[in-house]
Design a binder for this molecule. Structure first.
Ligand code: GTP
Ligand code: MG
Length: 426
């Protein structure tokens, strides 16, 4: 049987055409940009991008998205260039996808499947693997709606790779059973995460967020000895890594590096990464890392903000960090960015520029929201002590014959509550 796709270590790469549709001149630039990003995604997934096509048409065709004449043309091009797969930078309905597949006799994928495939290849931890498989199965379940046929024609390659060695199911009933198993697993993971977070007490938490490839993991590695994989590829990181970072003994915080975002990330995908993103959602402060060397940073920043909003993350607790300033030829450009965005800092994680300034900014925010106080607890004040332990980060403690002396960092509002608390324990 003829092999259509490449596996790790094999020579032949899956040959793909990328395609997008522009409905008006205004949309065109945006679509071009999207296609460029799609090409990086396809290369990250291990394909060879042979052609990139943009079609101008005022309306999407209900049956075949691009119109039956164009599908015939696609078939011809695919034959001429020995194309294995056609990837649309659009969302196709199950029936559109099947029709195009029938006519072109090629595997048809859309943006969501390509992203899912990269996720499937990059998932390393148990949580990430479950999350990816769940997202893939939910997507597959949706695509099989009303389809009486199985997807065996896919054969292999992109869109068929699942986490670990598992082949993805194509039977709706079995998919449903597996989905509910995985959902239970996720529930269990989230529960154990909650206990873990509680045990960490109230240490200040900082999360790194931003577009994929912005340099989040590079920064994390610079600030700690995390040794996270850094690659010039999209979605190098899919799981969450947390490290304790100490600016000085009075300013310690936990930093979490996690999955990057991308424009038009399907909402179901965001939802399925809830367990991984949990630390970022609940953090006290978020660093929004932006690749300042990218020509259209607004596009990336807006996509990140959109996803943050969908996750219910407040933007007011966010510092914008312009990274990769070593790639910017003039200082004026950086200065303009810093002026334009309040609460922003500029760094080069790779060259270690601006890191001190970033830490100062974090320190300032820690000091604004929290305070260090010395507390004393008489042995009879057990309840008060456990109330404090639940909310405060203990910097130091000392016992003497009178009772317990604690040095803690605590939110200012909790300190006020404590001051106003006249409960006498008996
Ligand atoms: N020139 C330059 N390159 C950088 C800098 N920081 C990161 N990079 C490069 O950018 C690429 C992506 O870096 P990562 O740290 O993996 O980015 P990320 O945000 O963690 O990406 P994902 O995990 O895919 O979301 C790598 O090739 C890094 O070497 C920087 O300050 N300057
Ligand atoms: Mg990363």
């Amino acid at each position: 049987m003829k092999k259509l796709y490449s596996l790790v270590g094999e020579e032949k790469k899956e040959r793909v055409i990328l395609l997008t549709v522009s409905r008006n001149p205004k949309e065109r630039w945006e679509k071009f940009d999207g296609l460029k990003e799609m090409a990086s995604l396809a290369e990250t997934a291990g394909c060879e991008v042979v052609e990139q096509l943009i079609q101008n048409r005022r309306k999407y065709d209900t049956a075949t998205f691009i119109g039956s004449g164009k599908v015939q043309e696609l078939k011809k091009i695919s034959h001429e260039h020995k194309i294995d797969t056609i990837i649309f930078n659009e969302e196709l309905t199950p029936s559109q996808k099947r029709k195009i597949e029938d006519i072109t006799e090629r595997k048809i994928l859309d943006r969501r499947e390509l992203i899912l495939d990269i996720f499937a290849q990059h998932a390393k931890t148990e949580t990430a693997k479950i999350e990816v498989e769940l997202a893939q199965l939910k997507f597959r379940f949706h695509m099989l709606q009303g389809a009486g046929i199985e997807l065996s024609r896919l054969g292999g390659g992109i869109g068929t790779r699942g986490p670990g060695e598992q082949r993805l199911e194509v039977d709706r009933r079995r998919i449903r059973t597996r989905i509910s198993r995985l959902e239970k697993d996720i529930e269990r993971i989230e529960k154990s995460q909650k206990t873990q977070t509680k045990r960490r007490s109230r240490i200040f938490r900082v999360a790194l967020l931003g577009y994929t490839n912005a340099g989040k993991s590079t920064l994390m590695n610079v600030l700690s000895d995390a040794n996270i994989l850094v690659e010039d590829k999209l979605f190098a990181t899919l799981d969450a890594t947390t490290r304790l970072i100490e600016i000085d003994p009075l300013h310690k915080f936990l930093m979490t590096d996690t999955i990057g975002f991308i424009k038009n990330l399907p909402p179901q995908l965001i939802a399925s990464f809830h367990a991984t993103l949990d630390e970022a959602i609940k953090a006290d402060l978020r660093l929004h890392i932006v690749d300042a060397s990218y020509e259209n940073i607004n596009r990336h920043m807006e996509a990140t903000r959109n996803i943050m909003q969908k996750l219910g993350i407040e933007e007011k607790r966010t510092v914008i960090v312009f990274n990769k300033i070593d790639m910017i030829p003039t200082e004026e450009v950086v200065e303009r960015l810093l002026r334009k965005f309040a609460d922003s800092v500029a760094i080069s994680a790779k060259d270690g520029i601006g890191i001190k300034g970033l830490l100062k900014a974090i320190q300032k925010i820690m000091d604004k929201d929290t305070e260090i106080v010395d507390l004393f607890f008489h042995p009879s004040e057990g309840k008060k002590l456990s109330w404090v332990r639940e909310r405060a980060y203990v910097i130091g403690e000392r016992n003497d014959k009178e009772g317990l002396h604690l040095k803690v960092r605590m939110e200012k509002k909790d300190i006020n509550k404590l001051k106003n608390c006249n409960i006498r324990e008996i």
